[in-house]
Design a protein around this ligand. Structure first.
Ligand code: MN
Length: 262
């Protein structure tokens, strides 16, 4: 099939509803859960603020607009290679230099929701990915791979979403060998429903925060705080990942979407 025909069919499918667009982003505002680093580790991203400039009033009679105070890594967001020390030297590793061709692609959804319901510290392993491949087919080069955990259902409760106790945060994610295996398959990016691309326990892994360390070391990308993966099939969807084109940006809030068969 020609590319022209493929796009014509996609356009028709979007219009006739046989292709559905699923919103993979959480609402972005003052109630959005944000990462809370212990003070001995580092400085935190600021709380999100939305300030009104005018609202059809004396400050602007015909228009309404706001300005934002917003960290790059807030809410549903994209991690660029420049975010991590391991990826800091890539010339095409910031939000304004990443080739846009890399930001739309086939999506694999690995459903770990049952395991996570029983264990919030659940880690996806290389064996877990291979078991998924045995059922759904090999992960192809250039694919985006995301871990469905249904963690996003905690999004309206910051404490439940961060899930921190005296031993630290408890939330699901990948272990280091899982990410190494996915990189060996040539994935374009990895996504998680938690506050970051890594599990809550990832600070104690080797290397620490392996999704961040290994993905960005390989000039690959991360997605955090994804939503609605329970509305996306294991294979066959297309993910659209549009970070803002922030100059020298290390990441960006982004309205991630998936195109799925209705
Ligand atoms: Mn981030």
């Amino acid at each position: 099939m020609s590319a022209q025909q493929t796009l014509q069919d996609l356009g028709a499918g979007l219009l006739n509803g046989s292709v559905k667009v699923v919103d993979l982003a959480a609402p972005l505002g003052p109630d959005t859960p944000l990462l809370k680093l212990p003070p001995e580790i580092g400085v935190n991203t600021p709380e999100i603020e939305i300030h009104n400039i005018s609202n059809y009033d004396d400050n602007g009679p015909f228009w309404s607009w706001n300005w934002l105070k917003l960290g790059e890594h807030s809410g549903t967001h994209f991690d660029a290679p420049r975010h991590w020390a391991s990826g800091k030297d890539y010339k095409d590793g910031t939000t304004d230099t990443i080739p846009v061709q890399n930001l739309v692609g086939p999506l694999c959804v690995i459903d770990c929701s049952k395991e996570v319901a029983e264990d919030p510290d659940f880690l996806l392993t290389e064996a877990g990915v291979k078991a998924w491949e045995a059922e759904h087919g090999e992960i192809k080069e250039g694919s985006w791979v995301v871990m469905r955990s249904d963690w996003y259902k905690r999004n309206n409760d910051k404490d439940a979403f961060l899930n921190v106790d005296e031993n630290g945060p408890h939330s699901p994610g990948p272990d280091a060998d899982c990410i190494r295996y996915l990189l060996s398959k040539g994935i374009m990016g990895w996504g998680n429903e938690g506050i970051g691309t890594d599990a809550g326990s990832a600070g104690g892994m080797e290397p620490p925060f392996p999704a961040h360390y290994l993905l960005h070391e390989a000039n690959r990308y991360g997605l955090a705080s994804l939503c609605n993966l329970d509305q996306v099939p294991a294979t066959g969807a297309i993910i659209v990942v549009p970070p803002l084109k922030i100059v020298n940006g290390t990441g960006s809030p982004t309205r991630v979407m998936a195109l799925v068969p209705a």
